[in-house]
Design a protein around this ligand. Structure first.
Ligand code: T4K
Length: 372
């Protein structure tokens, strides 16, 4: 029986450690009055994340966006960078704010990551890099991307904002390409309140990033790079250390939510649900559903509105496409991105977080089943 919920059910809810645990973690920050600029928590979190993510090097940042933007700067890229329009606007901003030209490649129908069959046609003599997105935590075709990048001598920076903790064929998702960016924003599977990181095996890149996130400062008297201020502070790093103790449990709870959605929605005609790839250990970051209005009674926008009337706030991640969003519309040429357009107009991400009550999931599914 469907119930009405008094409180708003939002698309996600931040994972938090027990309050006392965080208080204990920040006590030494008070005592030392060392609040930022690569303090002890910052150092410890970098070490622990190297282990957790199974990557050789990690550099922390104030957020995922600045991590990506400065990583692109650090690599000294030029000309054109290929990415997809089916992403959060940050991916493209990071390219454009480095005075590079984004070239939009379509996504594939299977997992909504970059379509490797359309990628090579977009490569020109101006292309310097590919920034594929592990959207919703789905792993891109890393093998084909590596082949193509090697052949054309291109850098690859993965936008792994959604993919914390995901593993592919036993390897940490951050092991692929020249570098990967993770977001630790409050809305992510793992958060440091705001935060982000670059994972790489390139020690020189790490050195460059260390300087770029601190204004390009090398010593008290030497500033030899035009850097920014993008350091993770000690309170954020302490939150990260606490949340890291719980993230595996949080992912297990998310898995239960995922399974419940699958159980309750799988037999509804016209809904395309998220299937887990057998080579992948997922993190259940999002629960995207494609509503095909030729087989299901409502279109995506109608489902979005219907859920709202029941106090359930799903999101249209990612609509509009970035090449159709106000600040980029008509500004850059792009290849055929028709799959991205179709998905973007039909996708809804349903509430998904560790603490989501399974009764609420049942309720959401019942509303969708009835379609009214
Ligand atoms: N690349 C990709 C592919 C990304 O998705 C993102 C970020 C980035 C790069 C850049 O990484 P960061 O620089 O952000 O580290 C949110 C997030 O702000 C953004 O981090 C995220 N992607 C994007 C997909 O979603 P909004 O505008 O949708 O967030 P907002 O404020 O509407 O929050 C969504 C829901 O989350 C709320 O309804 C409730 C919940 N929430 C939110 C906040 C702020 C919480 O439970 N706690 C909170 O503190 O962008």
């Amino acid at each position: 029986m469907e119930r009405e919920w008094n409180q708003k059910i939002l698309v996600t809810r931040s994972s938090m450690p027990p309050f006392e645990e965080y208080v204990e973690a920040i006590r030494p920050i008070w005592e030392s009055a060392w609040l930022t600029n690569m303090g002890v928590n910052h150092k410890k979190l970098e070490e622990e994340l190297r282990d957790y993510l199974s990557v050789p090097e990690v550099s922390l940042f104030t957020n995922g966006h600045m991590a990506l933007e400065l990583c692109i700067q650090a690599m000294g890229l030029e000309g054109e960078v290929i990415t997809t329009p089916f992403t959060f606007v940050s991916t493209v901003h990071a390219i454009v704010r480095n005075n590079l030209t984004p070239v939009f490649c379509d996504i594939n129908e299977r997992d909504y990551t970059i379509d490797v069959d359309k990628l090579e046609d977009l490569i020109t003599d101006k292309t310097s890099a590919i920034v594929p997105v592990h959207v919703y935590g789905h792993i891109c075709d890393v093998e084909r991307i590596e082949e193509i990048a090697k052949k054309h001598k291109l850098k690859v920076i993965y936008d792994a904002a959604h993919a914390f903790g995901v593993r592919y064929k036993g390897m940490g998702v951050g092991s692929f390409g020249d570098a990967s960016m993770f977001s630790f924003h409050a809305t992510k599977v793992y958060n440091t309140i705001e935060g982000g990181a670059i994972a790489t095996d390139d020690k020189d890149l790490i050195k460059k990033l260390y300087s770029l996130k601190n204004f390009g400062i090398k010593s008290e008297v030497l500033i030899d790079d035009v850097g920014a201020n993008a350091k993770m502070n000690e309170f954020a790093a302490a939150m990260g250390l606490c949340n890291l103790l719980h993230v595996d449990d949080e992912i297990k709870k998310r898995e239960k939510v995922y399974k419940r959605y699958m159980e309750k929605l799988s037999d509804i005609d016209g809904l395309i649900l998220d299937r887990v790839n057998e080579d992948t250990k997922p993190n259940y970051a999002y629960f995207p559903v494609i509503f095909d209005e030729s087989r299901y009674k409502l279109n995506r926008d109608q489902v979005y509105e219907l859920l709202k009337t029941h106090n359930i706030f799903s999101r249209k991640y990612f609509y509009p496409l970035i090449n159709e969003t106000e600040c980029y519309k008509g500004r850059y040429e792009h290849g055929d991105t028709q799959v991205a357009k179709r998905i973007s107009e039909r996708v809804l991400t349903l509430p998904m977080y560790a603490g989501l009550d399974l009764e609420i999931v049942d309720n959401i599914c019942e509303i969708i089943r009835r379609g009214e």
